[in-house]
Ligand binder design. Structure first.
Ligand code: C5P
Length: 234
């Protein structure tokens, strides 16, 4: 059962390359939020120590390494990630049915308690069109196709832009988890995100989790920004 409290729905993206800096952020924010995302930058710089650091502060980890490789390689990586007791792991849905199925099975084999949520990445929120990479469909069509495939395989949910939450809900139903990055408060910088919404809009559209990084991590006062995001979500 997914918590409906804003505190549990907001995931802070700890993008950076310093464990010390990330630890300071977690320490500052842990009273307000439960989930922290470790992506490829922090993990490449600091490895599994970054997972341990969040867990030692009492936080839950979303390991955002967006696995995409042959099924055997991805499933072995997911097995190890599950052994690190992370709460959520993502894999690219474009890796295909077999890759997602083997990843899911590996997480179930490795889990000693509650298995991690396995989330499929649909189309990155920074993408503005798919023509350049040889995909002739509109983004929305491609997102729905990948969400349906992820659901058929048995994944717990998908990552998609806020603009695609409603069509995914219509097709995949209420229980399928939708996680969304690409969140910006009105009047703030878009960075490289293209398909965006505010926290309030994303929650109203039916998102289960919001992933937010730079608006918080690069703020002068991250705690104040988190408080205003939680207020907007409520
Ligand atoms: O700084 P910002 O709020 O844009 O951070 C969004 C985070 O979500 C980044 O860590 C990025 O890697 C991640 N993400 C994304 N789009 C996806 C999946 C993850 O932006 N589809």
């Amino acid at each position: 059962m997914i918590s409906t409290k804003p505190k549990d729905k907001l995931i802070i993206a700890l993008d950076g390359d310093s464990l010390k800096h990330a630890a300071k952020l977690v320490d500052t924010l842990k009273a307000e939020v439960s989930n922290f995302k470790i992506g490829m930058q922090l993990f490449t710089a600091c490895g599994p120590d970054s997972i341990k650091m969040v867990q030692d502060h009492g936080g839950k980890v979303f390991l955002d390494l967006k696995y995409h490789d042959i099924p055997s390689t991805v499933s072995k990586a997911v097995y190890i990630a599950t052994k690190h007791k992370v709460a959520m792991i993502n894999v690219h849905a474009t890796g295909g049915r077999k890759m997602m199925a083997e990843a899911l099975a590996a997480s179930r084999d490795a889990a000693e308690g509650e298995p991690p949520l396995i989330i499929g990445v649909t189309v990155l929120t920074s993408m503005e069109s798919l023509g350049d990479i040889g995909i002739q469909f509109e983004i929305r069509e491609q997102v729905i196709r990948l969400a349906q495939l992820a659901q058929e395989v048995g994944l717990n949910g998908v990552l998609a832009s806020p603009l695609e939450i409603q069509p995914i809900r219509q097709v995949c139903g209420k229980k399928f988890i939708i996680m969304t990055p690409g969140i910006r408060l009105a009047g703030t910088h878009l960075d490289d995100q293209a398909r965006i919404a505010s926290p309030k809009q994303a929650i109203a559209a039916g998102a289960d989790f919001l992933v937010i990084g730079r608006p918080i991590t690069e703020a002068k006062n991250p705690l104040e920004v988190v408080k205003s995001i939680l207020k907007d979500m409520a």
